[in-house]
Design a protein around this ligand. Structure first.
Ligand code: HEC
Ligand code: HEC
Length: 321
């Protein structure tokens, strides 16, 4: 049998098959209140220190209303971003937030090129862009539903709006062998009460810096992404030297990964979002002609490689200072 380094060819291809079908469950946390749980309060007004606005808990959880805590921090919201359109087009700004900063369970949209945004919404609609996770994943399923029901004009307006915004830095990437113990709430991990720690074990654990402000959808409150020690340096080397024997990431995504001629900006995106995309390309779930280079590139990479790339990409500043 032909030997390649310390592996036989059969062993290598067996490894690739394993990696391709490896879709780590910790990337898709999901725990929503059961049907029949008490409705959120619709009387008491909740506030944030630097905002003049107030919302009730029921308003905070209304998918047809972006929580615009800081209305002067961005241009006026197009209707599809502010309220969406009943019954199926939830407000883009509910999930991606009014200034496009997004949350780890969805994506930051601020500063993505408008034609890229339009093309992705079309890919969700056509089913070309699917999740690698085949079980239910509410955020992804809702995005697909919005894409299937929004009009071309609504998508164009949203794309133009988000493309003109600048993405602030929203996540700190921290290397740690032992991380705070977490539980799942909504589609996110959150730090458990008490000070227990547990081994990170090859995962990315992304949690809000402040859980209450996260729940209120405060765009000024950020996230911490814990990653295994050594990930950032390893990811950096892979993005420059080329991973999986393919071109360096910078060839297409630009020198600082802030966007290039072919690839969209990825610097400063949430590591868990980036990881879900790399896993989706590798599994073939995110497909289409534009996705072909990404599928080829990730095919030979292990899950640990993808974690390192996601850690490095998330650690970069999304813009020049
Ligand atoms: C219910 C929540 C929700 C709403 C409402 C929503 N999205 Fe999304 N969106 C998501 C999630 C979740 C993802 C990430 C999907 C994935 O992991 O591939 C996403 C991803 C995207 C992406 C891909 C970003 C990238 O970097 O490739 C685009 C573009 C997008 N949404 C546009 C929109 C637009 C435009 C609207 C309003 C018309 C909208 N979304 C409304 C949840 C939502
Ligand atoms: C040959 C060009 C090319 C190279 C090299 C390349 N990419 Fe990409 N990448 C793309 C294109 C094109 C897309 C958009 C795919 C689509 O439209 O579905 C993309 C999309 C992505 C996305 C999803 C972005 C989003 O917002 O959803 C991530 C993450 C990504 N690339 C990371 C990487 C990393 C990490 C590397 C290096 C290991 C890399 N890319 C190398 C062309 C490239």
């Amino acid at each position: 049998m032909l030997a390649l380094g310390s592996f036989s060819r059969a062993e290598l291809s067996a490894q690739t098959v394993t990696a391709k079908s490896d879709v780590p469950p910790w990337l898709y946390p999901l725990a929503f209140p059961p049907a029949g749980a008490p409705l959120p309060d619709s009387v008491k007004l909740l506030r944030l220190p630097h905002s003049t606005r107030a919302f009730t808990r029921a308003q905070v959880s209304d998918l047809f209303m972006a929580k615009d805590w800081y209305p002067t921090s961005h241009p006026p919201l197009p209707a599809v971003v502010a309220t969406g359109r009943r019954p199926e087009v939830h407000a883009c700004g509910y999930c991606h937030l009014p200034a496009g900063g997004g949350r780890p369970e969805n994506a930051a949209l601020a500063g993505l090129p408008a034609d890229y945004i339009v093309r992705q919404v079309q890919a969700f609609r056509s089913g070309e862009r699917r999740s690698a996770w085949t079980g239910p994943h509410r955020p992804f399923d809702l995005m697909t539903r919005v894409a299937k029901n929004a009009t071309e004009d609504e998508v164009a307006r949203a794309a133009e709006y988000f493309a003109a915004l600048t993405l602030p830095r929203r996540v700190r990437v921290v290397e740690a062998q032992r991380v705070p113990r977490t539980y799942v709430t909504g589609a996110l991990h959150a730090v458990s009460p008490g000070r227990q720690r547990e081994a990170i074990g090859g995962r990315i654990i992304e949690v809000p810096e402040n859980h209450e402000r996260f729940e209120l959808r405060d765009e000024r409150s950020g996230f911490v992404a814990y990653v295994p020690p050594g990930s950032i340096a390893r990811g950096r080397a892979m993005t420059r030297l080329g991973a999986g024997g393919a071109a360096a990431c910078t060839t297409c995504h630009g020198e600082s990964l802030r966007g290039g001629a072919i690839g969209p900006p990825i610097a400063g995106q949430f590591p868990s979002y980036v990881m879900r995309q790399l896993v989706a390309f590798r599994s073939g779930a995110r497909a289409g002609s534009a996705a072909a280079p990404m599928q080829a590139m990730t095919a030979a990479l292990s899950t640990d490689d993808l974690v390192a790339l996601s850690a490095y990409v998330g650690s970069l500043s999304p813009r020049r200072h």
